[in-house]
Design a protein around this ligand. Structure first.
Ligand SMILES: *Cc1c(COP(=O)(O)O)cnc(C)c1O
Length: 440
């Protein structure tokens, strides 16, 4: 079987995510059949290779077919593949919960599991809402999200997602949250620092809370980097101020670190850079090393305590069939082991510097705007009127052995934490070449 056999069969039988399927038929957006992966590289059936510059949608931290994660999973397969988590427990889920709690300094000591990011968002929203019901604050039923936020695409998660492309068609289905200004540093006016922009956005949040705080259950944010809207980056000052405002107006702070957690922004959790803790922390994507669907919502003793009772209906009765799947938890434990054994956060500091240096020459390109970086996320905007820019760039990058999939006219790199110098240079060359070709 070669590429073309798989392409035809996939296009006939598989409905691919986030895709206008006709773009595959026309070749506008090529479909790439992958035979195997090794390290940061993906290989197709015709022997071509692609450097995974976006960690397979921000999931893969330590490369494909990582020997250490593979070994852990093989061991787990021989012991226990799955058991329901209601009424049962097992070693991987207990150990993972303990270790995640420790990573929050014990502040978030209770872990609730699901499989995908959007489910984690919904769990956090439901828990916050139900907490206020249990606490006798029944009027607290509303949610706040930031302009340009993305928290997943199920109907409940769309309520707090502010990306028109994903939301508009389903607007009548959604009980939309209130959108407050985001602190995107690109909004800085002359003489303003990113911290000034953050203070401006926090002032708008304060005004909203002063008027409506009694009706608001929670504010949900993507700490430091709003991913799916196009890698909008902002100053940690906003998180500090938002935390203080949430405390003052008795509103929960939900940190959605599905994309920015697990070392992506330079600290293990992004919120650490603001010196705060949220009331709810959502993790997914990288937590299993990019191996298996796993998400988790961590929360505080206070929240947990409000559900702890004799009455069944005061409990949190949410569930998914694969909640706390042992294989997924084991992959997560192996991932956390790699963080510790390889001192990944420190090693990434140097890797992020090299990545920034490799892309720095592009900042001078006449059509490049807002070159920006936070840890292992690097992004720039391209000044182009071409609505098909992202697909042209994507094709041009594939032709240069790189997987880089822009969001609209924002090009970003979010590679796994294993790239060596030669691979970083390869990514830099591919991005520069693809930019020239896409703009030609
Ligand atoms: C990807 C993502 C989600 C949704 O996760 P899925 O697993 O795709 O449902 C939610 N929030 C953020 C910040 C994300 O990046």
């Amino acid at each position: 079987m070669n590429n073309s056999d798989w392409l035809a069969r996939s296009q006939a039988a598989v409905w691919h995510p986030c895709t206008q399927m006709r773009h595959h038929a026309t070749g506008d957006l090529p479909l790439v059949p992958i035979a195997r992966g090794a390290g940061a590289w993906l290989y197709d059936f015709d022997g071509r290779r692609y450097l995974d510059g976006i960690s397979s949608w921000w999931t893969n931290l330590f490369g494909h077919a990582n020997p250490r994660i593979n070994a852990a999973l093989k061991d787990q397969l021989e012991r226990l593949e799955h058991v329901m988590l209601a009424g049962f427990t097992h070693a991987p889920v207990v150990e993972l919960s303990e270790r995640l709690s420790a990573l929050t300094g014990g502040a978030l000591g209770h872990a609730f599991y699901a499989s995908d990011g959007a489910s984690a968002t919904e769990i956090a929203l439901k828990m916050s809402f139900h907490y206020w019901q249990n606490a006798g604050r029944c009027q607290k039923q509303e949610f706040l999200c930031l302009a340009g936020s993305y928290h997943g695409e199920t109907v409940g998660a769309l309520a707090v997602t502010d990306v028109a492309l994903f939301k508009e068609a389903y607007a009548p289905l959604v009980r939309a949250a209130t959108v407050v200004p985001c602190p995107d540093a690109r909004q800085a006016e002359a003489g303003e620092t990113p911290a000034d922009v953050a203070r401006r956005a926090a002032a708008a949040l304060e005004a909203h809370l002063e008027a409506h705080g009694d009706n608001i259950a929670a504010l949900i944010v993507e700490p430091l980097v709003q991913g799916a809207t196009g890698m909008a980056m902002y100053d940690p000052e906003y998180l500090k101020l938002a935390r203080a405002l949430c405390d003052r107006f008795e509103v929960h702070l939900i940190c959605d670190e599905i994309a920015v957690g697990c070392g992506r922004t330079g600290t293990f959790f992004a919120h650490e850079q603001a010196g705060i803790r949220p009331d709810f922390l959502c993790l997914s994507k990288g937590i299993s090393g990019g191996y298996l669907p796993l998400s988790v919502v961590l929360t505080t003793d206070t929240v947990y305590g409000a559900f702890y009772d004799d009455a069944v209906t005061r409990g949190f009765l949410h569930s998914h069939s694969y909640t706390g799947n042992p294989l997924a938890c084991r992959a997560a434990l192996a991932t956390l082991d790699i963080f510790r054994e390889d001192d990944v956060i420190a090693a990434n500091r140097r890797r992020a510097e090299r990545l920034g240096a490799a892309l720095a020459p592009l900042a001078g390109h006449p059509q490049v705007r807002h070159m920006r970086q936070r840890g292992m996320i690097l992004a720039f905007d391209v000044d182009t009127p071409d609505p098909a820019f992202s697909r042209r760039f994507y094709r041009a990058a594939l032709a240069r052995e790189a997987l880089v999939r822009p969001i609209g006219s924002t090009v970003y790199l979010m590679p796994p934490y294993i790239l060596d110098e030669a691979e970083i240079a390869h990514l830099g060359r591919a991005a520069a070449g693809a930019l020239e070709e896409a703009l030609a």
